[in-house]
Design a protein around this ligand. Structure first.
Ligand code: GDP
Ligand code: CA
Length: 331
């Protein structure tokens, strides 16, 4: 398979929130004819005030659908927070999670459909119909998988929900481990394995290696499909020049003892079939790391990967497609 001469390639993307959403927008712009499937992380999901909130799926849906707040990167554009203010006036907890008024409508419908017995995959498809994404968005699983963070406070270890650690504590509480509760018994959602097996390329955008990509890979059926698919599997580093470009991915890497460098993340993912990657794209600022990554058995290239506007985003997406092509041509 050569991506460059396939008229309508099938591209499958495994994504967390913000970095993944930006990348998918760019990929759709770069390859309007491609059939793009996005497998979204569900392990950030949380129940709040009786409502099921899916931060990564919603970030993907709003961003790709053109309804996201561009500055914040998450939540709806033109948002207000009246309901959250009223909840706070009642002294309701938790008070640290941003629930916008427009956003609430999404959670209300999702929760109503789940209560009526629909699986998350069907609920997500129903919500996405409104947004006309031009790509298919599949939750990684219909089963419940939740990232919990093992933290130490006052000499005692306890596990808290990922959102409490990330949003409430701004990832500043020292973490010693991440536990993807439910992952060991979770099955891939409908269409997920097929999208990986039948893809012309599987792409890992710059998503959090631990709590986004790592959480998706914690589901055995997905991990196995990634390891055995005939498609090239390539990823783009979200660590540039020893730092995350946005977000706090460094806190997650520190917690699991992986250095905050593009090469260390590549080594953490590893080369297939024992690992999950054939190729790794690093930013041009990290070109000196290419030989070390290749020594670990991956095809590595350096390119401009900072997605600061539509043009630079398309350039980054094209570079990752080019790497997938190179992997495919090498067989
Ligand atoms: P997630 O979006 O839910 O996976 O959570 P994070 O915000 O923790 O992870 C996003 C990752 O994408 C971080 O490592 C960011 O540095 C990275 N990222 C965000 N924007 C860009 C970009 O424009 N280019 C590259 N190469 N990485 C980016
Ligand atoms: Ca996330």
């Amino acid at each position: 398979m050569h991506l460059s001469n396939s008229p309508d390639p099938k591209l499958t993307v495994l994504a967390g929130g913000v970095g993944g959403a930006r990348f998918v927008l760019a990929l759709r712009a770069a390859r309007p004819e491609a059939r793009i499937t996005v497998i979204g992380n569900i392990a950030d999901d949380i129940w709040l005030f009786g409502l099921k909130v899916c931060p990564d799926l919603d970030t993907l849906m709003y961003t790709i659908g053109g309804g996201a707040d561009a500055e914040r990167g998450w939540g709806r554009a033109d948002e207000t927070f009246h309901a959250a203010a009223e909840l706070a006036a009642y002294g309701a907890q938790p008070d640290w999670f941003g629930l916008g008024d427009r956003d609430l409508a999404t959670h209300l419908i999702r929760t109503q459909m789940l209560s009526a017995g629909y699986p998350l995959s069907q609920v997500t498809a129903a919500l996405c119909a409104r947004w006309e994404l031009g790509v298919e968005l599949l939750p990684a699983s219909d089963d419940r998988v939740e990232t919990h963070v093992v933290v130490e406070e006052g000499g005692r270890k306890r596990a808290i929900h990922f959102q409490e650690w990330w949003v409430r504590h701004r990832a500043a509480l020292p973490a010693s481990d991440f536990v993807m509760v439910g992952a060991e018994s979770a099955s891939p959602g409908p269409g997920v394995v097929a999208a990986i097996e039948s893809a012309d390329a599987v792409l890992l955008p710059p998503s959090n290696p631990v709590v986004s990509i790592g959480a998706i890979m914690a589901i055995e059926g997905i991990r196995d499909a990634i390891r055995t698919t005939r498609a090239p599997v390539v990823g783009m580093s979200g660590i540039v020049s020893g730092r995350p470009l946005r977000g706090m991915a460094d806190a997650c890497l520190n917690a699991i003892g992986v250095d905050v460098t593009a090469a260390a993340v590549a080594a953490h993912y590893g080369a297939r079939p024992d690992g999950i990657l054939d190729g790794w794209l690093v930013d041009e600022q990290d070109a000196d790391q290419v030989p070390a990554i290749e020594a670990a058995g991956l095809l590595a290239r350096a390119a401009a990967t900072v997605m600061s506007d539509p043009a630079s985003s398309v350039t980054a997406a094209e570079a990752l497609l080019g790497l997938a092509d190179e992997v495919a041509r090498r067989g």
